[in-house]
Design a protein around this ligand. Structure first.
Ligand code: SF4
Length: 387
């Protein structure tokens, strides 16, 4: 597959609001497909049971919201409206269930609405622990995983075995390593891996089986490493923070790149990077290994209690690690977790002398001129006055 056709495939998957790839997979395999909302769910458990995990990231800027607005107040983010719209217009009828991880009240309310609107579908509110002691949060989380496996087993999923789960953990370890490899390549040579392309690849991983997605990542990596027509430009290196749940429209990412920014780290489609490093894949008890990974390898995030650590420290570390010259706080409008964290993160980056700017978006934002001017000015100021 050429680089152009690979990117075209990723773009088609991104724009396909009928989830045709999922429908095709179900027809081919006869398996169940279970969706998940951002940010993190243990896809390994679903995969080990022969179930296709499907990331539901809203509808971007391609869908007119007709009924979804009636479910939420005007001061709520856009993601749940488009998700409801996709549900009511039948786009998500290929999903046999939907997992709602505990990110915020909006998602919790959405899980209740889903139960009422789609009574035949499996719905689980994945109440992730905020206590990271193995005997407390670990035991609780393991129980959650067992509940999901038990319920999906009754709906036609294969029984969850340790051997199958080990294989699934290994498959996702490989996938995470490939994603990490692309993030590293982009940090070193951002002109080789434009973020708009990387983003499309991350989104493809929401609907493709993990093995197919890994093959796509490998092909892309090989192609861009070999590409000699991608040359460095005089751009400012920035880290984009805050876009971990509702995703920005693709046009916004392109706008930032065209405004003179190399995005060298970001929070997009965070499920691919929520767990740092590989999960143990050869243990006696792989379900416990998965639970331990959640406890001890999860990234610091606005939706995760960080106890003794200092808010914003991880962001400063990431800036230094990625060689970013500035931070753009780019969060969805009305996103409580992102926007409540932001003042503490700003304090940390200011203390570290890192330039920053901020704006908000909705997934269906259509006008980028103001953002382009702001990001362009920010990039210019970094190039002119930064040390
Ligand atoms: S965008 Fe923010 S407020 Fe909206 S559902 Fe996601 S975490 Fe919650």
């Amino acid at each position: 597959m050429t680089l152009a056709s690979l990117l075209q495939r990723a773009d088609d998957l991104y724009r396909d609001l009928r989830f045709s790839a999922v429908r095709d997979w179900k027809q081919r395999t006869g398996g169940l497909a279970v969706g998940y909302m951002p940010v993190y769910v243990p896809r390994e458990v679903l995969h080990a049971m022969g179930i296709l995990p499907v990331g539901v990231m809203g509808a971007g800027d391609d869908l007119e919201i007709i009924r979804g607005d009636a479910f939420y107040q005007s001061y709520i983010c856009h993601l749940p409206r488009s998700t409801i719209e996709l549900g009511l217009n039948g786009a998500l009828d290929c999903l046999d269930g939907l997992l709602f991880p505990a990110t915020c009240d909006v998602i919790r309310n959405l899980s209740g609405m889903w139960m009422m609107q789609f009574p035949g579908k499996y719905v689980h509110y994945l109440d992730v622990p905020q206590d990271f002691a193995p005997e407390v949060g670990g035991a609780f989380y393991r129980h959650e995983l067992e509940q999901i496996a038990g319920a999906l087993g009754k709906r036609g999923g294969k029984p969850l075995t340790a051997a199958a789960l080990r294989r699934s953990i290994a498959a996702y370890n490989e996938n995470r390593a490939l994603v990490d490899g692309l993030y590293e390549l982009r940090q070193r040579e951002p002109w080789k891996v434009p973020t708009a392309e990387l983003y499309l690849l991350l989104r493809a991983g929401c609907v493709l089986p993990v093995e197919e997605h890994s093959a796509m990542l490998r092909d892309y990596t090989t192609a861009v490493r070999a590409a000699d027509d991608r040359r460095p430009m005089d751009q400012a290196r920035v880290l984009l923070a805050g876009s971990f749940c509702e995703q920005p429209p693709l046009g916004l990412i392109r706008t930032l790149e065209r405004a003179g920014c190399y995005i060298v780290d970001d929070d997009f489609v965070q499920i691919h990077r929520w767990i740092r490093g590989p999960v143990r894949a050869d243990g006696e008890d792989p379900l416990q290994d998965l639970a331990n990974a959640y406890l001890f390898q999860g990234i610091p995030s606005a939706i995760r209690y960080i106890d003794q650590q200092v808010k914003g420290k991880d962001l400063v570390d990431r800036v230094q690690q990625s060689g970013a010259e500035g931070v753009i706080f780019c969060a969805p409008s009305f996103c409580d977790p992102a926007l409540l964290d932001q003042p503490m993160a700003v304090t940390a980056v200011e203390r570290a002398g890192i330039p920053w700017t901020a704006f908000k978006y909705a997934e269906n934002t259509g006008q980028f001129q103001v953002i382009r001017e702001q990001a362009g000015t920010f990039a210019d100021s970094i190039k002119l006055w930064s040390e």
